[in-house]
Ligand binder design. Structure first.
Ligand code: HEM
Length: 405
C-alpha cells in the first residue's frame, strides 16, 4: 500500500515515538521495528511520510542502490522537518551521478594524508590548551562547556577559516536548522543564513591575493578555475559549516561518558594508546548520530520485505538501528572496543560515504587520548542518570558533563 494511503495508526512519529534508552543509548523501539517491521512507515516533523529501514543489510542496500537518490532539490521532496540542508541546490550532499563525482573529486583533494597529520597536531594543541585552562580553574569541570564545544569550535575555525564570532553565529543557525521540532520558517531562515555566510567565505578564499589553504579554499579555487560552479562551491561550503562541527560534539561528549562508565576498557586504552581508534569506532557504533540519517527518494518501484516502496516515496535509514542489528554484530548492546566485526555504517556507505571520516576519527581519538592522559583519575561528579540530555531531538548528547579528578 502507498505511504499516503496508510491509516495514521500504522505510522510511527519521529521523534515522539522514539524515546531514547537509558544513558543515551539507542531508542528501544528500533529493536522492535528491526525484528517485526523492517520496512516501517514513519511520519517526520515535516508531516512527510517515509519508509524507515532499520536492518543492517537494508541500510547498506539503500545507501548503495542508485534507485534511491539523495537529490531532494525539488518541490514536495521528502524532508525531516523543513527546508534544511537537503533542499540546497548544488551541495555535494544533494547530488548524484557524474556531477556528484566531479564535485566530490574536487573536495576529496583537500582530505589528504598530509592534511590528516595536520588535524592530529592541531587537535593536540587545542586539547592541551583547554586542559591547561581546566586545571588552572580548579578540580571540577563541565566537559561540554569546557572541552567538547570549544575544542570542536577551534578545529572548525581552523578548517573553515572562520572567526570565533562567526563560529558562534554558525552554531546558532545550525541548531535552528537541525531542530526537528522547529517550525518551517525557522529552518528555512537558518538554511538561507548559512548559505549567505558560505558565499562570503568562498569570496574571501577565492580572492586572487588569497593564500588560504584548506576546505573552502579548495572549493573556491575550483570555482575560479570553473571546474565547479560558484553555486556548488557555496552550497558545499554551507554543508561543511555543519559537518565540521555538528557530528563531532555528540560522540566526543557521549564517548567520554561511556568510556568513564567502562573503566576497564578505558584503562586498556590508557595502557596502549594504539587502542584509542578502536574506542572511537566503538563509540560511533554504539551511539551513532541521531535516530536516522537524512532521507532519500525512490526513483522507481522497489520491492522490499514483502512491501513496495513506490517511485517518488521517501526512504530513511537508521544507521543507529543497523549498528545494533544482531544479524551483523555479536551482542550489539555490549560496549566492546575489542569487537572484531568490521563495516559499520556510522559514516554511511556507497557514493555518499562520509568524506570527513578520517578527520573525525583523528580528532576524536586525539581528544580522548589527551583528555584521559592529562586528567588522571577523571570521573563523573554526578550519578550517570543525572546527566541531562541536550534536547534538540536529533543527536544523543549530554547537555553538560560534570566531572572531577
Ligand atoms: C563522527 C563524525 C561524523 C559522522 C558520524 C559522519 C557521518 C556521515 C554520514 C552517515 C554521511 C552520509 C550521509 C548519507 O549518505 O545520507 C556523511 C556524509 C558526509 N560527511 Fe560526514 N560524518 C562525520 C564527520 C564529518 C566531518 C568532520 C566532515 C568534514 C569535515 C564530514 C563531511 C561529510 C561530507 C562532505 C559528506 C557528504 C559526502 C557526499 O555526499 O558525497 N563528516 N557523514
Amino acid at each position: 500500500m502507498a505511504l499516503t494511503d496508510l491509516p495514521d495508526v500504522d505510522v510511527l512519529k519521529i521523534p515522539q515515538d522514539f524515546p531514547p534508552g537509558e544513558l543515551f543509548t539507542i531508542p528501544p523501539v528500533l529493536a522492535e521495528l528491526r525484528d517485526n517491521r523492517p520496512l516501517c512507515p514513519v511520519q517526520m516533523p515535516s508531516g512527510n511520510r517515509l519508509w524507515l529501514v532499520t536492518r543492517y543489510a537494508d541500510v547498506r542496500f539503500v545507501m548503495h542502490d542508485p534507485r534511491f537518490s539523495r537529490n531532494l532539490v525539488f518541490p514536495g521532496a521528502p524532508r525531516m522537518a523543513g527546508e534544511d540542508l537537503t533542499s540546497v541546490e548544488g551541495s555535494l550532499f544533494n547530488m548524484e551521478g557524474p556531477d556528484h563525482t566531479r564535485l566530490r573529486t574536487v573536495l576529496a583533494s583537500a582530505f589528504t594524508r598530509r592534511a590528516a597529520d595536520g588535524w592530529r597536531s592541531t587537535t593536540q594543541t587545542h586539547a592541551h590548551d583547554l586542559i591547561d585552562r581546566i586545571e588552572r580553574s580548579g578540580s571540577e569541570a563541565d566537559l561540554v562547556a569546557d572541552f567538547s564545544v570549544p575544542l570542536v569550535a577551534r578545529i572548525a575555525g581552523d578548517l573553515m577559516g572562520i572567526t570565533p564570532q562567526e563560529h558562534e553565529w554558525t552554531q546558532d543557525r545550525i541548531r535552528r536548522q537541525l531542530d526537528l521540532l522547529g517550525g518551517p520558517e525557522q529552518i528555512a531562515g537558518a538554511t538561507a543564513d548559512l548559505a549567505e555566510l558560505a558565499g562570503r567565505l568562498v569570496d574571501r578564499n577565492g580572492r586572487p591575493d588569497s593564500e588560504a589553504t584548506g576546505l573552502v579554499a579548495t572549493l573556491a579555487r575550483a570555482a575560479c578555475e570553473e571546474s565547479i560552479s560558484r553555486q556548488e562551491a557555496v552550497s558545499t561550503t554551507a554543508l561543511l559549516l555543519m559537518n565540521v562541527t555538528d557530528p563531532l560534539v555528540p560522540p566526543l561528549t557521549v564517548g567520554i561518558m561511556t568510556l568513564l562508565l567502562h573503566g576497564d576498557q578505558l584503562a586498556q586504552c590508557k595502557r596502549d594508546p594504539q587502542r584509542w581508534p578502536e574506542a572511537v569506532r566503538e563509540v560511533l557504533r554504539y551511539h551513532n548520530n541521531g535516530i536516522t540519517n537524512f532521507p532519500r527518494v525512490a526513483l522507481e518501484d522497489v520491492d522490499c520485505h514483502g512491501g513496495r516502496i513506490t517511485a517518488g516515496e521517501g526512504v530513511i535509514t537508521s544507521a543507529l538501528a543497523a549498528a545494533h542489528d544482531p544479524r551483523a554484530f555479536i551482542d550489539p548492546g555490549v560496549f566492546d572496543i575489542g569487537r572484531s566485526e568490521k563495516g559499520s555504517v556510522f559514516f554511511g556507505a556507497g557514493p555518499h560515504f562520509c568524506l570527513g571520516s578520517a578527520l573525525a576519527l583523528s580528532v576524536l581519538a586525539t581528544a580522548y587520548a589527551v583528555l584521559f592522559e592529562r586528567l588522571d583519575g577523571l570521573r563523573l561528579s554526578v550519578e550517570p542518570h543525572e546527566v541531562k540530555r541536550a534536547d534538540d531531538g536529533f543527536f544523543a548528547c549530554p547537555e553538560n558533563l560534570p566531572v572531577t579528578w
